[in-house]
Design a protein around this ligand. Sequence first.
Ligand SMILES: Nc1ncnc2c1ncn2[C@@H]1O[C@H](COP(=O)(O)OP(=O)(O)OP(=O)(O)O)[C@@H](O)[C@H]1O
Ligand SMILES: [Mg+2]
Length: 256
Amino acid sequence: MMKIITIGNQKGGVAKTTTTMNLGVALQELGKKVLLIDLDPQASLSVYLNHNLNDKYTIDRLIDEFINDEVKNVEKYIKTSENDKIDYIPSKARLSALEKEMDTRYSREFILKEILENEYFKKYEYILIDTCPSLNILLTNALTCSTDIIIPVQSQFFTMDSLNLMLETITKIKKYVNSNLNILGILPTMVDNTNMSKEVIEYLKENYANKLLDTHISRLVEASESTAFKISLVKMNKRLGKQYTELANEILRKSH
Ligand SMILES: Nc1ncnc2c1ncn2[C@@H]1O[C@H](COP(=O)(O)OP(=O)(O)OP(=O)(O)O)[C@@H](O)[C@H]1O
Ligand SMILES: [Mg+2]
């Protein structure tokens, strides 16, 4: 059974992109066939993957072709990163212009789901989707086609409002378009020894105990080094890389 996992939180800077990349590489190192999809017009994941920004086969074009009924070959949209050897579909800024076009289309929530139904994607066991920090049609598309969602929460400047808003969105998605969507878990990121961080973890334990993942991701500067070097923390064998491997193992246990 293929798992499609959205890494989502409409709050910015909570480590969605870092988590998509490193959980993906960790799952691959554990022997799984993994595809990453960059569904954020900021294209941070594509940059992290050292994508050649001149490449024209990006997710916006794939969606565009799909809307115009002319997808002939999805294979040309699948890239393999040089450093981590992981498959991905890149994004670019133009994706944000496409939002309007998607918005007016019939069955607009199902565009990505229909694209991923293509035979070509059957070879993947895990598809991870990196999303943008807003509640827009792109996030809705990700949640509609996903079997699961992981919600990274930054354990630094926590607002419960943003987590609650995300959970409300998931409730609506489950009600109207994807009743099978499973919350794989809330992932605390950038955890450190400050009181703020401890309070956030305490709050999450008290209020979301059954949804809180066992794995917590520490706050370490190596995260930004990894982004700068365009190599995953897993491949660089960093402490955070080990934590993301732990997360991958937890996900595998929960997927069975
Ligand atoms: N565990 C960590 N420790 C320290 N810094 C981190 C950690 N994880 C991510 N960061 C840094 O925090 C910043 C935001 O991370 P990231 O880009 O993954 O978040 P995001 O949720 O994808 O952001 P956006 O909402 O803009 O897409 C980056 O500079 C990243 O290097
Ligand atoms: Mg991001």
